[in-house]
Design a protein. Structure first.
Length: 145
């Protein structure tokens, strides 16, 4: 038997409201919000006394989801802030966009910063990396050819 699909990617954040606003500005849609806690949650994640708020956002095509999670207990542990793209582990999420310049302008209003510059890859794509709230790294790809 094989997997059916990738359901979602979880990103732990400290400011759930800011992270949610950032991804909604990017064009994702809020699917739902909830508080999770209790013995079954504790057993599943291997922590005690978990209480967390989550916001589930999805891509407009309905195929991709992010679960943004704010842990109230136990308190989230820190990672290296603004880790470079060659750091081990999950480093970035890439989204296909129609107009990279428009998206950049809108995300900057939410504190996003361009990591390098917008670059063209052959005659196929314009690409860039953007650092959003809490150092979340997002790549944007605009197909041009």
């Amino acid at each position: 038997m094989t997997i059916q699909r990738m359901d979602n990617v979880s990103i732990v954040v400290d400011d759930l409201e800011a992270a949610t606003a950032f991804f909604l500005e990017l064009g994702m849609e809020l699917e739902g919000e909830a508080t999770v806690e209790g013995r079954s949650v504790d057993r599943m994640v291997g922590l005690d006394d978990v209480r967390a708020d989550i916001a589930m956002v999805r891509t407009p095509d309905g195929h991709g989801r992010l679960e943004l999670t704010k842990f109230h207990s136990p308190t989230a542990v820190g990672a290296q802030p603004n880790a470079p793209v060659n750091t081990l582990g999950i480093r970035r999420i890439m989204f296909a966009v129609d107009d990279i310049d428009d998206i950049l302008a809108r995300l900057r209003a939410h504190g996003a910063e361009l990591v390098g510059e917008v670059a063209q890859y052959e005659d196929s794509y314009r690409l860039c990396y953007v650092r959003g709230p809490e150092g979340i790294l997002v790549a944007l790809a605009e197909q041009i050819g």
